[in-house]
Design a protein around this ligand. Structure first.
Ligand SMILES: Nc1ncnc2c1ncn2[C@@H]1O[C@H](COP(=O)(O)OP(=O)(O)O)[C@@H](O)[C@H]1O
Ligand SMILES: [Mg+2]
Length: 265
């Protein structure tokens, strides 16, 4: 008779995080912007980081993407410690970070912007020679990225002619075109109106099913719709982390950050 042992049962196998930080710290002189942060991001569990201004959220994402080097600590990704690697190497390993709007070439189409992003991942720097033919070897990747980012009907739209919300979607498409293993998005809804935000929230819900997702977001409606896991930072320190429902009812979190949301939620 055969039976599944606990050891062999996938349900009993310890889950491996896609990304894990251990004691991650960033000091600016006497100011500890990110203080001894332990973070785990799992596939299939979109993870939101919230906290008031100055909490260290952007510094954290900048550490994870290699845009700033840590003062101390480890960043485990793909089986190795990537702490201290420069941004272009981290990007090549598959941590896809949404670019600022200025990284969009306004006079180019969605297709061309994504093509350049896909090309950059391959050759580490932008090539300004756009494809002569529409069906080159990056075509499927580019089209897939645009469809996934909700821009399937805007493939030939010129970026500067699109709405602000669509431009932010294009940034996401450009990240997808690089073939990321994890998406790290810093306030993807910033500056959007409610209607635009709703659309991008739905987009992020669906992307969270295909990619490990780490999201910094101020919009609590968005966090509660998208994230399964939530980490709260205050003054560089993680004060709570866990399933969204647990963390949002944690008294310390209510006190520190969500107090004004008690009535609303
Ligand atoms: N390059 C820098 N030099 C000095 N201090 C910085 C720098 N970047 C961020 N800080 C400080 O680190 C703290 C965390 O900032 P930040 O990560 O931007 O927080 P958040 O994104 O949560 O608003 C703030 O006090 C900020 O002033
Ligand atoms: Mg910030």
């Amino acid at each position: 008779m055969t039976s599944m042992t606990a050891h062999g049962d996938p349900a009993f196998t310890a889950r491996q995080p896609v990304l894990e930080t251990r004691g991650l710290t960033k000091s600016y002189g006497g100011l500890v912007a990110v203080n001894n942060v332990d973070l785990k991001v799992f596939d299939g569990e979109p993870h939101a980081i919230i906290g008031p201004n100055g909490a260290g959220k952007s510094s954290l994402i900048n550490l994870l993407t290699g845009h700033i080097p840590p003062t101390a600590g480890e960043i485990m990704f793909g089986g190795r410690n990537i702490a201290g690697l420069p941004a272009h190497k981290v990007a090549r390993l598959g941590i896809g970070r949404s670019y600022q709007r200025t990284n969009i070439y306004p006079s180019l189409t969605c297709y061309e912007n994504c093509w350049l992003a896909a090309q950059a991942r391959r050759h580490h720097s932008f090539s300004f020679i756009l494809p002569a033919r529409r069906h080159d070897d990056l075509h499927d990747i580019v089209e897939d990225a645009l469809v996934r980012a909700g821009l399937g009907s805007r493939i030939d739209a010129v970026a500067s002619k699109m709405s602000y919300g669509e431009q932010r979607q294009l940034e996401i498409a450009m990240v997808l075109a690089t073939g990321p293993q994890l998406l790290a998005l810093d306030e993807p809804l910033a500056g959007m109106g409610r209607e635009e935000a709703e659309k991008v929230i739905q987009l992020l819900v669906s992307l969270g099913k295909s990619y490990p997702l780490l999201l910094i977001e101020h919009d609590m409606d968005a966090v509660f719709s998208i994230a399964h896991t939530m980490t709260v930072m205050v003054n560089g320190v993680v004060i709570a982390t866990g399933p969204v429902a647990e963390v949002r009812s944690n008294p310390m979190v209510q006190e520190a950050y969500l107090g004004d949301l008690r009535e609303k939620y």
